[in-house]
Ligand binder design. Structure first.
Ligand code: UDP
Length: 359
C-alpha cells in the first residue's frame, strides 16, 4: 500500500504529521507532498515534527490569489501523482491546497481520504473560501474521517454514503499529545515572555480582516487596560492582518506582539494563558486539552461542540459582544475536562480502517 499525504499550510502540517508518522513508523510506503501555500509557517511546522517532504511544489507567490494557488497546485501535483500512482491520497481540512490536491487525485481516479471531514459553519462565505472547500472535498472522497458525531451528521444530511464515513476524532489531539510529552512548558514559555498573567490571542481569518478585526482588537484592548492584564499575540504573517494589528495595538503597552511561534512554543503559551481569544479553528480544538476557555471571535462556528460543552463562547465580531464574552471568560475556571474533539488515537483508527481495506 502506497499512501500519499499532501499539505501546504501550518494547520495542515500539524494535523497531518501524526497520521503520516503513524503510517511511516509501521513501515508503510509513504510519500509526502508539500505545496508550500504558506511557505514560512509551513516550514516552521515541518521542523517541529522532524519530517521531510519528498516533493515541494513551491507554489507561493507574492499577493497570490486563490485561483492562482489552485492552478499552480493542480498543474504541479499531476505529474507527481501520475509517476507515483499512490493507492490513496490524504488531504486535511479545508485549505485551497486540500481542495486542489483532492481534485487532481479525483481526476486521476486515485481514491482520496479526507482528514477532518464534515465540519460545516452553514455559511458559504464564512469561513471563506474554506466552507466551499470542505463541501467540495467531502463529495469527492472515498474515506471521510469525521472528527465528531456532529461532523458525521453533517455529512449524512448532505446525502453522503454512510459506508464512507468514519468517526475517528481530530488528529490535532494526536499532534499535541505527541509534542506535550517532549517539552517543558514553563521553560519554553520563559523564552518568549516574562508574564504569568495574560490572555493568548490569535486572529487571521480572511472574513474578519477589516472592521471586524479592528472591533475585536479594540474590545480586547479595553478589557486588558481595565483589568491590567497582558495580551500575548503571535501575529499571523498575512500583511493585511499585520497592518490592522499594527494600527490598532502596535503601540499598546498591554499587548505583547510576537512573530508566529513554532508548535512547541505555541502550546507552552496556551498552557500558561488565563484564557484564549481567537478566530482559529485548531486553537479551539486544542484549548480544552489545556483546560482553557475560548472566546471565539467569529460570527459562525463549525465547531459547536466547544460551545455546547461550555468550553467557549461564540462572541461575534462587534466590540460590545466580544468585550462581554471576554468578561465572561475571565470569570471561568475550568477544571480537568474531557476534550470533545479527540483522545489522541485518531491516527491509529485511520490506519486500521485504511489497512483493512487496501492490501
Ligand atoms: N499555531 C502555532 N503558532 C502560532 C499560532 C498558531 O503553532 O504562532 C498553531 C495552533 O496551535 C493551531 C494552528 O497553528 O494548531 C492553527 O493555525 P491557524 O489558526 O493558522 O489555522 P486554522 O486552525 O484556523 O485553520
Amino acid at each position: 500500500m502506497k499512501s500519499c499525504f499532501v499539505f501546504g499550510t501550518r494547520p495542515e502540517v500539524i494535523k497531518t504529521a501524526p497520521v503520516y508518522l503513524y503510517f511511516k513508523n509501521l513501515g508503510e510506503e509513504v510519500i509526502l507532498i508539500a505545496t508550500a501555500q504558506h511557505r514560512e509557517m509551513m516550514d516552521m511546522m515541518i521542523k517541529v515534527f522532524n519530517i521531510k517532504p519528498d516533493y515541494d511544489l513551491d507554489v507561493m507567490t507574492q499577493n497570490q490569489s486563490l485561483n492562482m494557488i489552485v492552478s499552480r497546485v493542480m498543474e504541479r501535483i499531476e505529474p507527481i501523482l501520475m509517476k507515483e500512482r499512490p493507492d490513496i491520497v490524504f488531504v486535511q481540512g479545508d485549505t485551497t491546497t486540500a481542495l486542489s490536491a483532492c481534485l487532481a487525485a479525483f481526476h486521476l481516479s486515485i481514491p482520496v481520504a479526507h482528514i477532518e471531514a464534515g465540519l460545516r459553519s452553514g455559511d458559504l462565505y464564512d469561513p471563506f473560501p474554506e466552507e466551499l472547500n470542505r463541501r467540495l472535498i467531502d463529495v469527492s472522497c472515498r474515506y471521510l474521517f469525521a472528527p465528531t458525531k456532529r461532523a458525521k451528521e453533517n455529512l449524512l444530511r448532505e446525502g453522503l454514503d454512510e459506508n464512507r464515513i468514519f468517526i475517528v476524532g481530530n488528529t490535532v489531539i494526536d499532534a499535541l499529545e505527541l509534542i506535550r510529552k517532549k517539552i517543558n512548558m514553563v521553560s519554553l514559555r520563559k523564552e518568549l515572555i516574562d508574564s504569568d498573567y495574560y490572555i493568548l490571542m490569535t486572529l487571521h481569518r480572511r472574513e474578519n480582516i477589516g472592521e471586524k478585526m479592528r472591533s475585536i482588537l479594540r474590545a480586547t484592548a479595553d478589557f486588558a487596560q481595565k483589568n491590567d492584564i497582558r495580551v500575548v499575540f503571535p501575529v499571523h504573517k498575512n500583511p493585511n492582518v499585520r497592518q490592522i494589528v499594527d494600527e490598532e495595538v502596535g503601540k499598546n503597552p498591554n499587548f505583547i506582539l510576537i512573530e508566529p511561534v513554532d508548535y512547541l512554543h505555541f502550546l507552552s503559551l496556551l498552557d500558561g494563558a488565563k484564557f484564549v481569544v481567537t478566530d482559529s479553528g485548531g486553537v479551539q480544538e486544542e484549548a480544552p486539552s489545556f483546560n482553557k476557555f475560548v472566546v471565539v471571535a467569529r460570527q459562525t462556528t463549525e465547531r459547536p461542540e466547544l460551545i455546547e460543552a461550555g468550553l467557549g463562547i461564540l462572541a461575534g465580531t462587534s466590540k460590545e459582544t466580544v468585550y462581554e464574552a471576554i468578561n465572561e471568560a475571565n470569570r471561568k475556571n475550568l477544571n480537568s475536562i474531557e476534550n470533545p474533539f479527540g483522545d489522541g488515537k485518531s491516527s491509529e483508527r485511520i490506519y486500521k480502517i485504511i489497512r483493512g481495506d487496501i492490501a
